[in-house]
Design a protein around this ligand. Structure first.
Ligand code: FPP
Length: 244
């Protein structure tokens, strides 16, 4: 069985899962948080090198004030308790997205976690917080244009590699497998640039109920796909030819 090198997950369905149990949405988020910790350990144990999860989008600010408050408090707690998994899994954690809209204490916790995990390299764990794919591309292009105007970039055409290096994921291989839980089959503005050749796996199982068995199913289905891009990419690096 071939393991994806990079798995990306859109964590969806906390609210519906809780509603089905006659519980408030916040309960779904709490269990969703616990499940992230559990699945992150499992994904590391099976040997996947890169994991990126979509936790809070630029659009999620439209949710009720009360729900945003609950989510931010959960992120606060999660960022602290993540320190344990960092050591256990020897994983480097980074937040992608624009941290500026997050409260100062959350920004400080992010810096602390990124700093304390910076020398680990068994797994690379990225959490998308206040993240939007279009916003990421806009932020990248703004910085690129600024550098170009200041003469910091080589003259000539802007290459994919150049733009890639201005995104929130420089040096990170693109996801091989994207999993979205809870039935929706769309990207919702997640990693628009990086998912160009990724295999998509959609499941009806909501995030709080997504377990090792469900992960195995996703990896099994990934193995049944014809991964042309991987081969083409290898050819490209050998021959320097075009990647179609
Ligand atoms: C999706 O469920 C979940 C979210 C948008 C909230 C963020 C995710 C978590 C709390 C999981 C843990 C993440 C971290 C980083 C601690 P939903 O509210 O969209 O559910 P619904 O679609 O059923 O309404």
């Amino acid at each position: 069985m071939k393991l994806p090198n990079h798995i990306a997950i859109i964590l969806d369905g906390n609210g519906r899962w809780a509603k089905n149990k006659g519980m408030p949405r916040s309960y779904g988020h709490i269990i969703g948080c616990d499940n992230l910790e559990k699945m992150c350990n499992i994904i590391c144990e099976i040997g996947v090198r890169y994991l990126t999860v979509y936790a809070f989008s630029t659009e999620n600010w439209k949710r009720s004030k009360e729900e945003i408050k609950i989510l931010m408090n959960l992120f606060r707690k999660y960022l602290k308790r993540c320190e344990k998994s960092v050591k256990k899994n020897q994983m480097r954690v980074k937040i992608i997205g624009d941290p500026e809209r997050l409260e100062p204490d959350i920004q400080r916790s992010i810096c602390k976690l990124e700093d304390m995990s910076k020398d680990y390299d068994k797994m690379f764990f990225r959490i998308a917080l206040n993240y939007g794919g279009r916003d990421e591309i806009l932020r990248a292009v703004t910085r690129l244009v600024k550098d170009a105007r200041q003469g910091k970039l080589p003259q000539g055409k802007i290459s994919e590699e150049m733009l890639d290096s201005y995104l929130d994921t420089p040096g990170i291989p693109d996801p091989d497998l994207l999993i979205r839980t809870s039935g929706e089959q769309r990207l919702s503005n997640f990693m628009l640039w990086q998912l160009a050749y990724t295999e998509f796996y959609f499941t009806d199982v909501p995030w709080p109920a997504f377990d090792k068995k469900e992960l195995d199913k996703a990896i099994e289905q990934y193995n049944e796909r014809d991964r042309r891009y991987g081969d083409v990419k290898e050819e490209k690096s050998k021959e320097g030819g075009a990647c179609l």
